[in-house]
Design a protein around this ligand. Structure first.
Ligand code: PLP
Length: 123
């Protein structure tokens, strides 16, 4: 599975406000490279799109020597527009506990009451 960026912004709809990212990817198990994630962050920043990054599989890396890169660690700006979803259910095989959490550095990015940054109209 590839993230193919033909032209920056291609495929972006003007009403798009949220990009759902599954990283590492489920079901293919793909780890995205820093370059791919950085390109994605740049595109989302250009279009003022929030990234909801489901990183629930981050502790289940099977490729020796490869590391998961949390989307929110790419840059301060990326962190400010990222909602990271995590849970112990995969790593520790405890889905029955129903325990999960979201990391939201910029609280307004998850708020229905206000725009997360100037010019945005996330509702
Ligand atoms: C990528 C991903 N995120 C989240 C979940 C939800 O996990 P759970 O409800 O077990 O915590 C799943 C479950 O299969 C998943 O594959």
């Amino acid at each position: 599975m590839d993230l193919r960026f033909r032209r920056p912004g291609e495929g972006h709809h003007p009403r798009t406000r949220l990009f759902l990212l599954c990283s590492p990817h489920n079901p293919v198990g793909r780890l995205f490279t820093r370059e791919e994630l950085t390109t994605l962050a740049r595109i989302c920043a250009r279009h003022e799109v929030v990234i909801c990054s489901d990183e629930i599989h981050c502790d289940l890396i099977l490729d020796q020597g490869k590391r998961h890169i949390p989307f929110a660690t790419l840059s301060r700006e990326a962190a400010a527009r990222t909602i990271t979803l995590m849970a112990p259910s995969k790593t520790f095989n405890i889905p029955g506990l129903g325990c999960a959490f979201a990391l939201i550095p910029n609280h307004s990015s998850a708020s229905a009451s206000g725009p997360p940054w100037p010019g945005s109209s996330l509702r």
